[in-house]
Ligand binder design. Structure first.
Ligand SMILES: Nc1ncnc2c1ncn2[C@@H]1O[C@H](COP(=O)(O)OP(=O)(O)OP(=O)(O)O)[C@@H](O)[C@H]1O
Length: 179
């Protein structure tokens, strides 16, 4: 379970997030909904440790608040940012395998994820820069799923994807959550 307690984020002297709290139990999908500029992306970045924050972020009771993003990733939190594209030069396969070396994740996990997301599998040998925007988004999702064994943070997952792909990915997310 992820528990966010009294989260506060200040950027450049402005308070962007002021004391929000929520819990995301295991096996559930939790959506942050709000108007443009409400602070959804900022909240996800803070939970991932990409922004300094007040309050606390707990994963199964462990306080992660003092940890940076790589340490939170190592604990099994995956993140697909809104604006993140895959690393451009490596192939899709190399992009998907990156966490294997840096976070000690098994290749089996990568293969399982690529089985779930059909599109990147057919593109494995292509350099990531040669993909469409939607395909790049899928590769970023694949990386988030590889890393996110305990929690997955998805920012605007469906943006730029076809209706069919949105439907397919909704099924994938339900499968992953049900595991
Ligand atoms: N680096 C920054 N410096 C200053 N202000 C920022 C910075 N990043 C975000 N903000 C401000 O923080 C607020 C929240 O932004 P955020 O991107 O979290 O909103 P959001 O809910 O994800 O919006 P959207 O739905 O438009 O993507 C906005 O008012 C934005 O202008």
């Amino acid at each position: 379970m992820i528990e966010v307690k009294d989260l506060t984020v200040r950027i450049g002297g402005s308070t962007i997030i002021r004391g929000i709290s929520f819990k995301v139990p295991d096996g559930s999908v939790f959506a942050l909904v709000g108007p443009n500029g409400a602070g959804k992306t900022t909240t996800l970045k803070a939970v991932m440790g990409l922004l300094r924050h007040g309050g606390s972020v707990l994963l199964d009771g462990e306080d992660l608040s003092a940890l940076g993003p790589s340490e939170r990733a190592a604990r099994g939190i995956g993140y697909a940012p809104e604006d993140r594209r895959p690393f451009p030069s490596p192939t899709v396969e190399e992009n998907s395998n990156l966490p294997v070396a840096s976070l000690g994740i098994s290749r089996k996990r990568v293969e399982e994820v690529l089985e779930l997301i059909p599109a990147p599998k057919g593109l494995l040998k292509r350099p990531a820069y040669a993909l469409s925007g939607g395909q790049q988004k899928l590769v970023a999702l694949a990386r988030a799923l590889v890393v996110g064994r305990r929690a997955i943070l998805l920012d605007e997952l469906f943006e730029g994807l076809s209706p069919k792909m949105r439907d397919d990915l909704s099924i994938v997310i339900k499968q992953v959550v049900g595991q």
